[in-house]
Design a protein around this ligand. Structure first.
Ligand SMILES: Nc1ncnc2c1ncn2[C@@H]1O[C@H](COP(=O)(O)OP(=O)(O)OP(=O)(O)O)[C@@H](O)[C@H]1O
Ligand SMILES: [Mg+2]
Length: 237
C-alpha cells in the first residue's frame, strides 16, 4: 500500500539573479513499512526533497500525497498536527532540549499533543534503544550516540507512520553510527514504520530495502525498478 507519494515535485530557490532548482520534477511512491535510502552527492537535493515530502517546506510546484490526500489541501495548523502525530524526524543534530532530562525529552511530543504517553510502548522503546540508565540525565552529560538514541526515541514516541531521517549518523563515529542504523532498522520493522533515510554512506544505504539515487534534483536510479527490470529481462530470455 502506498503511504506517501509525490507527483512532479519541484523546488526552486531564488538568490539574487540566480535560480537553483534543488528538486527538479520528482514523481515517486513510498510503500507502507518500506525502508528507503536516498543517496547522492552533496548539493544534489536530498535534504530539500526530504523536507518537501515531509511538509517541512513547501514545493514550488507539484503535489505530495499522504495516504492519498493532497498536502496542498492542508492548512498550516493541519500540517503541524500531521507532522506531530504521523511523522517522526531525526536529523544529524540531535536537537534535544538542554533543560529537560532524557525521559522528558522522549515524552515531550506526546505532552505537546496533550496525550497520555503509552507507557508500555515507551518502555519497550527505551529497552530496545538501551537508554534506561540515562533517563534522568541531561543531554549535556550524554555521548553523541546516547543523545541520538534519545532523539530517536522522541521521534518514535507518538508511533509515527513515517520516520524521516537526514544523515542521522553524520556526527557519530563508525561504531555508534552502525548501532543507530541497526536500531532504526529494528524499530521500523518491529513497529511497522516506514523509514525514509538520507545518507551519503553507501554501506548504510545498502542495508535498505530500496535505494534512490539523486543527482541535480532528479532521481537517476531507483533500485526497486532495477530489480523489476532485471526480473523482466530474465523472464524475456
Ligand atoms: N534555503 C536555501 N536557499 C537557497 N538555496 C538552497 C537552500 N537550501 C538548499 N539550497 C540549494 O539547493 C541545492 C540542494 O541542496 P540540499 O541541501 O537539498 O542538498 P543535499 O543533497 O542535502 O546536500 P548535502 O549532502 O551536502 O546535505 C543546493 O544547490 C543548495 O545550495
Ligand atoms: Mg543535506
Amino acid at each position: 500500500m502506498t503511504i506517501l507519494e509525490c507527483i512532479d515535485l519541484r523546488k526552486e530557490y531564488l538568490s539574487g539573479e540566480n535560480k537553483t532548482c534543488a528538486v527538479d520534477g520528482i514523481t515517486i511512491q513510498f510503500e507502507q513499512g518500506e525502508f528507503c535510502a536516498i543517496t547522492g552527492p552533496s548539493g544534489s537535493g536530498k535534504s530539500t526533497f526530504l523536507h518537501l515530502i515531509s511538509s517541512l517546506e513547501k514545493a514550488t510546484d507539484g503535489e505530495v500525497l499522504y495516504n492519498g490526500k493532497k498536502l496542498s489541501k492542508y492548512n498550516d495548523n493541519q500540517l503541524s498536527v500531521l507532522r506531530r502525530r504521523r511523522f517522526g524526524f531525526v536529523f544529524q543534530a540531535y536537537n534535544l532540549v538542554a533543560e529537560l532530562t532524557g525521559y522528558e525529552n522522549i515524552i515531550l511530543p506526546v505532552m505537546l499533543d496533550k496525550k497520555k504517553p503509552d507507557e508500555d510502548y515507551i518502555n519497550n522503546l527505551i529497552d530496545v534503544l538501551g537508554i534506561k540508565d540515562r533517563l534522568e540525565h541531561l543531554p549535556s552529560t550524554m555521548s553523541g550516540g546516547q543523545q541520538q538514541r534519545f532523539a530517536l526515541a522522541r521521534a518514535l514516541a507518538n508511533k509515527p507512520s513515517i520516520l524521516f531521517a537526514d544523515e542521522p549518523t553524520g556526527n557519530l563515529d563508525g561504531k555508534s553510527g552502525k548501532e543507530v542504523i541497526s536500531l532504526l532498522k529494528y524499530v521500523s520493522r518491529e513497529f511497522g514504520i516506514t523509514l525514509i533515510l538520507v545518507t551519503h554512506d553507501i554501506h548504510i544505504a545498502e542495508q535498505a530495502d530500496r535505494i534512490l539515487s539523486i543527482e541535480d534534483g532528479k532521481i537517476i536510479r531507483d533500485s526497486k525498478y532495477l530489480i523489476l527490470e532485471n526480473n523482466n529481462e530474465k523472464a524475456d530470455n
